[in-house]
Design a protein around this ligand. Sequence first.
Ligand SMILES: Nc1ncnc2c1ncn2[C@@H]1O[C@H](COP(=O)(O)OP(=O)(O)OP(=O)(O)O)[C@@H](O)[C@H]1O
Length: 297
Amino acid sequence: MKAIETHDLSKRYGKTEVVAPLSLTVPAGMVFGYLGPNGAGKTTTIRMLSGVLTPSGGTGTVAGAPLSDPDAVKARIGYANQAASVYGDLTVAENLRFKAALYLAPAEVEGAVNDTLERLSLGPWRNYLAGRLSGGWRQRLSIGTAIVHGPSVLFLDEPTAGLDPVARRDLWDAIYGLTALGTTVFVTTHYMDEAERCQEVALISGGKILAQGTPEQLRSGLAGVRYALQAGDLNAALHAARQMRGVEGAWIIGDEVRITAKGREVEGELSRLGTLRAVPANLEDVFVSYARAGGRA
Ligand SMILES: Nc1ncnc2c1ncn2[C@@H]1O[C@H](COP(=O)(O)OP(=O)(O)OP(=O)(O)O)[C@@H](O)[C@H]1O
């Protein structure tokens, strides 16, 4: 079953096409990553798919509801963004109850609140003021308010922005937990390590999808070879590598120079600069490669 399906969905402001005709299919029950640089059109796409922004063209269905019926879409989806929209002067349970009461019959509210507390491990914080929660737990509550009415598709717009690495990891565990009951999670992120955790990703740039597939499919489909180079003078090694024919790109990561080359011919020349080893491609390599091919380095 498809959780999201669009045909040529687009958005323009005046003459500027912010989202080019987008035909996207997201299977139900997975964590789907929407990955792209600032201004790529991620938030605009999410807002159209959530029924809060009217598309300029195209059609689509989300959780079985047509985008032409935004109220039906809104009733079936949840939406949380990086701003962690919760009321600081209400407790965790009160925040959930407030949101649930907007959508559910009075008799259903308390059960929905308790389910949500359990699904997100928020039980111990039930009577805590939301304003006193740490950033990670506040964001978790924000996700709770987005799922308390039982949507089958959840949109998360950069949910981990500004969180520390431990809070990010914990939040991702919670996001995964949501798919256990069949919720589809459509999440945007800038972080490549988070994209690796998605079951499927779409890479977008300039409002267009550059590639879509599982992280493994995208990595294995990449041309060229990649190396990590250790050298005494990293800057000198970086500049020397960049001068070589056959080297497509080089940059410093930590205490190594990471190099993308067209093929293995350049290996001998590179190994004269320091200790060289071949390394597997990651999603960042995939993204850079597609962005270059699309004319946007
Ligand atoms: N209301 C608007 N009027 C005109 N242009 C807009 C409007 N909203 C967004 N844009 C432009 O559309 C483009 C895409 O914006 P969008 O917020 O969707 O990108 P994004 O991928 O979510 O970026 P970020 O990662 O920075 O949040 C940007 O160039 C932005 O300036």
